[in-house]
Design a protein around this ligand. Structure first.
Ligand code: 5GP
Ligand code: ZN
Length: 114
């Protein structure tokens, strides 16, 4: 997609602090971190949200989840615990419509979320 912010990050047209890259997924630090570790994990292929990713039916959702866990291990938050969030739709706070998992950790995380 030519007009998608995260597609532009995949294409290296917009800079990002990449922490992990696989053949089908990319992980980079959130520009406005909400926790000491706040990394966004995306499929390189454009899908608007988690529902579209789930329907892709080619193992891509699996790749994104595995990359999210690899990021947590790499960031040193896996043992203490971390949160993986897919805001899905405007009512849930999604603002960028290229599906992304937020990987949050490095501090205590309360429940329920806001
Ligand atoms: P959403 O609200 O869609 O769940 O999450 C979008 C996230 O993208 C937000 O946490 C926001 O801080 C992050 N974000 C927005 N623009 C950029 C950008 O240009 N670079 C990076 N690294 N993160 C961004
Ligand atoms: Zn995109």
């Amino acid at each position: 997609m030519t007009d998608c912010l995260f597609c532009k990050i995949v294409a290296k047209e917009i800079p990002a602090e990449v922490v992990l890259e696989t053949d089908r997924a990319l992980a980079f630090r959130d520009i406005n971190p909400q926790a000491p570790t706040h990394v966004l994990v995306i499929p390189k292929q454009h899908h608007a949200d988690a529902a579209a990713l789930a329907e892709a039916d080619d193992g891509l959702a699996d790749d994104v989840l595995k990359a999210a866990h690899a990021v947590a291990v790499q960031e040193g938050v896996a043992e203490a615990g971390y949160r993986v969030v897919f805001n899905t739709g405007p009512g849930a706070g999604q603002t960028v419509f290229h599906v992304h998992a937020h990987v949050l950790g490095g501090r205590g995380l309360t429940w329920p979320p806001g």
